[in-house]
Design a protein around this ligand. Structure first.
Ligand SMILES: [Mg+2]
Length: 100
């Protein structure tokens, strides 16, 4: 990743990129967070289940969501569908460690 390029883009944009990381496994959230924080241009917020994620999207202003599929409370598929109703243009990337 070209860190300088990302920082230049963000400086031109006038604000940091805000990413919401959704996963029920703390270790996975930490890996994503560490990756996002390679530059100081990404603000990271985290949610541990779908319900928490939907609540955060309703009240926050994110540029990107990364979504796990298998989680307690509300699974990823339902959360993505609710998020798309609240913020139709918010990009959601589904990332899962589960093969099934
Ligand atoms: Mg999971």
């Amino acid at each position: 990743m070209d860190v300088k390029k990302v920082e230049k883009m963000v400086a031109e944009r006038g604000k940091a990129f805000r990413v919401l990381i959704v996963d029920d496994e703390p270790r996975i959230r930490e890996i994503f967070r560490d990756f996002c924080e390679l530059t100081n241009s990404v603000e990271v917020d985290m949610a541990e289940n779908g319900a928490d994620a939907v609540n955060k999207v309703e009240n926050g202003n994110y540029d990107l969501v990364t979504m796990d599929l298998i989680m307690p409370e509300m699974a990823g598929v339902e959360a993505v569908s609710k998020i798309k109703k609240i913020k139709p243009h918010l990009p959601v990337i589904v990332i899962t460690g589960n093969a099934t």
